[in-house]
Design a binder for this molecule. Structure first.
Ligand code: ADP
Length: 499
């Protein structure tokens, strides 16, 4: 029986290449900005570490305090690294400073991204050794940019007392991006060429190495952002070449559905929507729809189901199905509004439909956060026929606003949307299973039929969707279970509170 001396908070260092509100290009930024705070509420001592990018707003840069500086060995180089700190709403953020690597106009897309994030990962390991306040029990790494941390820790830092009981968790947010580079990096930057185990596990073909593969092989626990994606990653169709590793390590792979920031996404208090409403009083949602139709130049007609799509216009999002089915959907008198930016051919296609269908179809090719709020509030249906979707936030946001999602059964879409069951009346949205435009259109027109013929039932589904709990509390408790599984010698400080 462990003594009470072992009851303490686990120290979690959350390593991420982006975190809201400092830097964001996708879902990872949202997760890193929200989950660590939820971990604190769940009884951990959590902090976040990310690069000090040149794009971080000045107001935050002004408030950062210098904590430490040292040199990071990168093969034959010794590279300067500063550690700065900023406390924001009770959470400590640490920034890795090296202007040559990070003082640029964007986050990614540079010729030396491999070197930049190898440096970032190594700097995190050095910081754990050299900066006492960064001592941790669990280093939680995210995507390829921090995937080398588990490799470095095991191969190069095992001897350091600050590191020998640090466990690593590796979370996959999107397996499409893996950090694959020429193998010259092994000797020239990583300094791992003489370590056979590291070499073997980093190689992905005869002359390339893969950062993500290294992280997946070396981490003590693997997670991804939904249970279904955890299962899919083990299949060749979704695994992007790494499915054998997910199969081999499936016993330590867990899928945990992301949450959303329910204080931002709340139709009752949202200052960006036309009129506030809640599950207790839905009346104003109709006004949100009318105002959205007006704003987008659509016919102001409450009897038309308004289908909205919000997201990146890329192949991942299943836009081919929408393009194929568009004429058929339009013929049935349904309105469609799309907000997004992305691949040029996709943007062009939706501009064409916008022209063709006048006041029944609108394509806004833009990134517009305020408009996205008004679309979540004003729509009747959110369409998300993704080819793959690790988690997906839009469908969860839509449900908060009583806009019923219609999704393909994949990844987090499958895990978050309960399909309408005409026998029991259960459901928070609609689902179809195959990447098939006719199947999608049938499901969509079936949903519209329900909208036209049974408003009472429609309202019931809206209320069921709005009542679903998408807060981070549930996810944070699941991560705590994993951390504590890696540290059985530490008794949990707070019991799970959601059971
Ligand atoms: P992904 O991470 O694959 O881009 P998600 O559904 O997980 O997709 O998250 C997308 C987030 O970005 C959502 O919050 C969505 O509202 C927002 N978003 C995407 N495109 C736009 C846009 N053009 N304008 C405003 N918000 C957008």
């Amino acid at each position: 029986m462990p003594t009470s001396a072992h009851r303490r908070k686990l120290r979690i260092l959350f390593a991420s290449s982006e975190a809201v509100p400092f830097a964001k290009t996708g879902g990872l930024g949202d997760v890193a900005g929200s989950l660590p705070r939820a971990l604190k509420h769940a009884g951990a001592k959590a902090a976040v570490i990310l690069p000090k990018y040149g794009t971080i707003p000045q107001e935050y840069r002004d408030r950062m305090k210098h904590v430490a500086d040292f040199y990071v060995p990168l093969a034959w180089r010794n590279v300067y690294c500063g550690i700065e700190k900023l406390e924001l709403q009770g959470l400590d953020f640490y920034f890795v400073d090296n202007e040559a690597y990070f003082k640029r106009d964007g986050l990614y897309g540079y010729f030396d991204d491999g070197e930049r994030f190898a440096f970032f990962s190594k700097a995190i390991c050095e910081a754990i050794v050299k900066v006492p306040e960064l001592a941790c029990d669990v280093l939680h790494c995210n995507d390829w940019q921090t995937a080398l941390c588990p490799v470095f820790l095991r191969e190069l830092y095992r001897g350091a007392p600050q590191c020998n009981n640090v466990k690593t968790v590796m979370t996959v947010h999107n397996i499409k991006f893996q950090g694959q580079y020429g193998d010259k990096m092994l000797s020239d930057i990583l300094g791992l060429a003489d370590i056979p185990a590291a070499r073997d596990q980093l190689y992905c073909d005869k002359d390339s190495i893969n950062f993500m593969k290294g992280g997946l092989c070396y981490a003590d626990a693997l997670t991804t952002v939904s249970p279904s994606y955890a299962y899919e990653l083990q299949m060749p169709f979704y695994g992007e070449g790494l499915d054998p590793i997910f199969r081999r390590r499936s016993n330590i792979l867990t899928g945990i559905l992301n949450g959303i920031d329910t204080s931002i996404w709340n139709p009752k208090t949202d200052g960006m929507i036309t009129a506030n409403y809640s599950a207790d009083d839905l009346a104003n949602k109709a006004e949100c729809k009318r105002a959205l139709q007006e704003e987008l130049g659509l016919r102001q007609d409450p009897t038309r189901p308004l289908v909205v799509m919000i997201g990146r216009l890329t192949n991942q999002k299943g836009l081919g199905l929408v393009r194929y089915a568009m004429d058929g959907i339009m013929r049935r008198g349904v309105q469609v509004a799309i907000l997004g930016t992305g691949d040029a051919d996709q943007e062009e296609a939706f501009r064409y439909f916008d022209q063709k269908y006048g006041d029944m179809m609108c394509a806004r090719i833009a990134f517009d956060n305020a408009l996205s709020h008004r679309m979540y509030a004003g729509g009747d249906i959110l369409l998300m026929p993704s080819e793959f979707e690790p988690c997906g936030l839009s469908q969860m946001i839509a449900m908060r606003y009583g806009t019923l999602p219609l999704v393909r059964e994949t990844g987090g879409l499958r895990d978050s949307v309960v399909p309408y069951n005409k026998f029991t009346g259960e459901g928070t949205g609609f689902r179809f299973s195959n990447m098939n435009a006719d199947e999608m259109a049938d499901t969509l027109l079936g949903a519209c039929e329900l909208f036209w013929t049974n408003q009472e039932l429609w309202t019931k589904l809206m209320l069921q969707a709005m009542a679903t709990d998408f807060s981070w509390r549930r996810a944070a408790n699941d991560y705590m279970d994993i951390y504590h599984g890696l540290h059985p010698e530490v008794i949990r400080y707070n019991k799970r509170r959601d059971r």
